[in-house]
Design a protein around this ligand. Structure first.
Ligand SMILES: Nc1nc2c(c(=O)[nH]1)N[C@H]1C(S)=C(S)[C@@H](COP(=O)(O)OP(=O)(O)OC[C@H]3O[C@@H](n4cnc5c(N)ncnc54)[C@H](O)[C@@H]3O)O[C@H]1N2
Ligand code: MOO
Length: 401
């Protein structure tokens, strides 16, 4: 039986995935979140004609002969304007951000003046009407749409929303992703290991991919290779309201690979189990009610490559984030052999030279080797049935960092 191609598997994983619930978050916690509703201005900015410079507010008509001496009749600072109307022959000391007094139509910058006395200012350069004045509503007016729904909040967007008088914003809730490691051999990092035991490492890399993709991790720890225990963990994830349940390991066909049995007993609507990919062939995906279940293979490299390819786009879609492609065009620096029927993700190191990405695969590709994966910054994508390739041939790479 031919296995499901990677593209078809991805289409099934992200099918219908979109954000569901919204929540209000304070501005300081909103960076990187996705707006679920547009943000409208609750005020006009600036709310008055404002000075853009430190200097003097005057009437431009008074500057037709230069130099000229005017009477300083008061001051306007940001936060405290000048209450009266400015008349011909008068000047008001003004500071950046202060309301321009009524009657004045231009600002003379401080550098073009001197103060012969407390009560007078001498002006050396003319200033045209409107100069150095930011008109009311220059930035935005009450009711303007400042940010569209779907906008990923960034520093400028956050300051703009604050300026529009919003203390918190409506954003899509982060999808909750429950992680369940399975395996009698596993212990958490930091423990004393018995002779047949290893460290459960997959949850940490997979968790980081989830967080980077805009999700929230609920690490439920390690379930023994026992149907009841795995069932208990899956139910715990459901009770916590997980949007996605990710199992780590136990996805294959061995006597101790129980994830498929457990999910079947719980009534999973299975989309696929096993795909045409290396590493990651035993990948499993389906739905328990509205909860999406992704069964990742236990081999550490397989679990991380599958997370880059399937979990990341799913989490992003549920978080309301737009799809991103991490694929690039590159050239091979060494020859590569023909490929079989599985799409191969060959751990590699890619360097950019004269604008071109050059890819060199690592010699050993075992899917248990985390050190090779950590050294790699990309995976060369070898299509199913690809012919032998020569050094210099074009290729596609998946950037991992
Ligand atoms: N007869 C067959 N055997 C296997 C096949 C197959 O098609 N037929 N597929 C192989 C492939 S490919 C993979 S990948 C693995 C995946 O198997 P499982 O998902 O069932 O994973 P486990 O057997 O539980 O573990 C595999 C390996 O990974 C280690 N592991 C598991 N969980 C973790 C964890 N959380 N952190 C670190 N390491 C973990 C585990 O100790 C094993 O060494 O199946 C092949 N077999
Ligand atoms: O295809 Mo499995 O994922 O090697 O190691």
């Amino acid at each position: 039986m031919s296995l499901l191609p990677v593209e078809d598997a991805l289409a099934k994983v992200i099918d219908g995935a979109q954000p569901q619930l919204e929540e209000a978050v304070a501005l300081h916690r909103a960076n990187g979140r996705v707006l679920s509703q547009p943000v409208d201005a609750r005020r006009t900015q600036p709310p008055f004609d404002a000075s853009a410079m430190d200097g003097y507010a005057v009437l431009s008509a008074d500057l037709s002969t230069i130099p000229v001496v005017l009477n300083v009749v008061g001051a306007a600072a940001a936060g405290t304007g000048f209450a009266d109307e400015l008349k011909s022959g008068q000047a008001v000391r003004i500071f950046t951000g202060a309301p321009v007094p009524s009657g004045a139509d231009t600002i003379v910058i401080q550098e073009n003046t001197s103060r012969p006395s407390e009560a007078s200012v001498e002006i050396f350069e003319a200033s045209a009407a409107g100069r150095h004045i930011r008109h009311r509503g220059l930035d935005f007016a009450t009711g303007d749409t400042l940010l569209e729904a779907g906008r990923v909040l960034d520093p400028a967007a956050l300051s703009l929303a604050a300026a529009g008088n919003h203390a918190d914003l409506m954003v899509w809730k982060k999808p909750l992703v429950a992680l369940i490691a399975t395996g009698d051999e596993l212990l958490l990092p930091g423990n004393e290991l018995g002779p047949d035991q290893i460290i459960s490492s997959n949850a940490y890399g997979v968790g980081a991919i989830i967080t980077q993709a805009g999700g929230q991790v609920l690490d439920l720890g390690i379930a023994r290779d026992d149907r009841e225990e795995i069932t208990f963990f899956v139910q715990k994830a459901m009770d916590a309201g997980a949007d996605i349940i990710v199992t780590l390991g136990g996805a294959s066909v061995g006597d101790h690979d129980l994830v498929n049995h457990v999910l079947t007993d719980l009534g999973i609507e299975l989309d696929f189990w096993k795909i045409a990919m290396r590493p990651g062939k035993p990948l499993m995906f389906g739905k328990l009610g509205k909860t999406r279940c992704l069964g990742l293979p236990g081999n550490p490299v397989s679990s991380l490559i599958c997370s880059h390819l399937f979990l990341k786009p799913l989490v992003r879609a549920l978080a309301g984030l737009p799809p991103v492609s991490c694929e690039r065009d590159a050239v091979l620096d060494v020859p590569m052999p023909a490929n079989d029927g599985r799409q191969d993700y060959v751990r590699a190191y890619v360097v950019k030279q004269d604008g071109i990405f050059h890819a060199t695969p690592f010699a050993t590709q075992d899917s248990s080797m985390l050190r090779t994966l950590a050294d790699a910054n990309a995976a060369i994508i070898r299509r199913p049935g690809a012919l032998p390739a020569l050094a210099g041939d074009p290729c596609r790479v998946l950037m991992l960092r």
